[in-house]
Write a protein that binds this ligand. Structure first.
Ligand code: 5GP
Ligand code: ZN
Length: 114
């Protein structure tokens, strides 16, 4: 999608610190990290938000979650613990409308979130 920030990162027109990439998934460091480890894991295909997923996207969702587990290992937080967050819509504070999973770790996190 031409006016999408994260599609720009996928196609290389916008720079990002990419930590993982395959055909279906790309992961890069968040520009405003909220934890010592904070990466965004996104499908390379443009899907605006979780509620737009269809059964045709099942393989994409599985690939994103498999990449998430690998990344937690790669980034050194698999043992200490980490959190996956998907903000959906206004009340959750979603600001970029290309589906993305925040992987946060490297510090103790509170619950419930604010
Ligand atoms: P949301 O609020 O939609 O759940 O998360 C969007 C995330 O994208 C935010 O954590 C924000 O810091 C991050 N972000 C926004 N613009 C950029 C950018 O240009 N590059 C990178 N790497 N992250 C960005
Ligand atoms: Zn997009």
């Amino acid at each position: 999608m031409s006016d999408c920030l994260f599609c720009g990162i996928v196609n290389g027109s916008i720079k990002a610190d990419v930590v993982y990439r395959d055909e279906t998934v790309i992961a890069f460091k968040d520009i405003v990290p909220r934890a010592p480890v904070h990466v965004l894991i996104i499908p390379t295909a443009h899907i605006a938000m979780l509620s737009d997923l269809t059964p045709n996207d099942d393989k994409i969702v599985a690939a994103v979650f498999r990449a998430t587990g690998k990344l937690a290992e790669q980034l050194g937080v698999a043992k200490s613990g980490y959190r996956i967050v998907v903000n959906c819509g206004a009340d959750a504070g979603q600001t970029v409308f290309h589906l993305h999973y925040h992987l946060l770790g490297g510090r103790q996190m509170g619950w419930p979130p604010g």
